[in-house]
Design a protein around this ligand. Structure first.
Ligand SMILES: Nc1ncnc2c1ncn2[C@@H]1O[C@H](COP(=O)(O)OP(=O)(O)OP(=O)(O)O)[C@@H](O)[C@H]1O
Ligand SMILES: [Mg+2]
Length: 247
């Protein structure tokens, strides 16, 4: 059974009296337990698609089917990591991570999960620090930890490493692959970075001007070598489907 089935999904806006399609007839399948990457240049509709999947926005037409039925979440928990970390400045790292786990009867479980992800993400020493005391990469790791503590079935990530330097970005890419291999959650990861897409994705959905222009399975084993001929070949495939290229 597919994790997420998207059929003829359309989102249109009225801009200065004119219809504008942010997404047009998008159909695809996001397999359960897969790492799917959506890649494309700025403005092609990546965030719009993710926000519709996360039910943060109303679609204009089409269908999103999650899990074993139902048009909405179908009992599935969806977590989202945004481009900017969106941490609460008045809460510590630990409190931010526990923030989405509000159910009183699950207090013990929340504490265990927070302790686990503080360890996994290398944040133990900073558990009592406040967001203003963290670097960008650390804050983004806390944001990821907060989403993981919520224990979602599907994690939607919108260019979460976009603002980070090359080295931090590489490190977090490796961490997210390790987490994926350990947890086998369904991950949908948006990026405009073609190398990042090939490093992470088992399935890559290439978008251009609101439409899906290409879908590619990537069978290379993790962790991938960006200098290998196989890696570069997939990268070339993606770039060739984004002709007229400004990416
Ligand atoms: N609320 C809105 N009203 C009108 N147009 C919108 C609205 N939200 C998004 N758009 C338009 O929809 C298109 C797709 O936007 P979207 O944010 O999905 O792009 P993106 O692929 O995420 O780009 P980026 O890589 O820069 O984040 C853009 O042209 C944008 O201007
Ligand atoms: Mg975006």
């Amino acid at each position: 059974m597919a994790g997420v089935e998207i059929t003829n999904l359309t989102k249109q806006y009225l801009v200065a009296g004119e219809e504008f399609y942010a997404l047009k007839d998008v159909s695809t399948v996001i397999p359960d337990g897969s790492f799917t990457v959506i890649v494309g240049r700025s403005g092609c509709g990546k965030t719009t698609l993710l926000r519709l999947l996360g039910n943060l926005e109303e679609k204009s037409a089409g269908r999103i089917r999650l899990g074993d039925g139902g048009s909405k979440a179908g009992g599935r928990r969806i977590g989202m990591v945004f481009q900017e970390h969106r941490l609460m400045p008045w809460l510590s790292v630990k409190e931010n991570m526990a923030f989405s786990c509000t159910r009183q009867e699950q207090r013990d479980r929340t504490e265990r999960l927070v302790a686990k992800y503080l360890r996994v993400l290398g944040l133990e020493k900073f558990q009592d620090a406040y967001p203003a005391q963290l670097s960008g990469g650390m804050a983004q790791r806390v944001a990821l930890g907060r989403t993981l503590c919520y224990d979602p079935d599907i994690i939607l990530m919108d260019e979460p490493f976009g603002a980070l330097d090359y080295f931090t970005r590489q490190r977090l890419q490796r961490e997210i692959v390790d987490l994926f291999l350990a947890q086998k959650k369904t991950i949908v990861f948006v990026t405009h970075d073609v190398t990042e897409a090939v490093y992470l994705g088992q399935k890559i959905i290439v978008m251009d001007a609101g439409e899906v222009v290409r879908e590619l399975p990537v069978d290379l084993p993790y962790l991938r070598d960006p200098a290998s001929p196989e890696f570069l070949a997939v990268q070339r495939e993606i770039l060739s489907s984004l002709r007229g290229d400004q990416t």
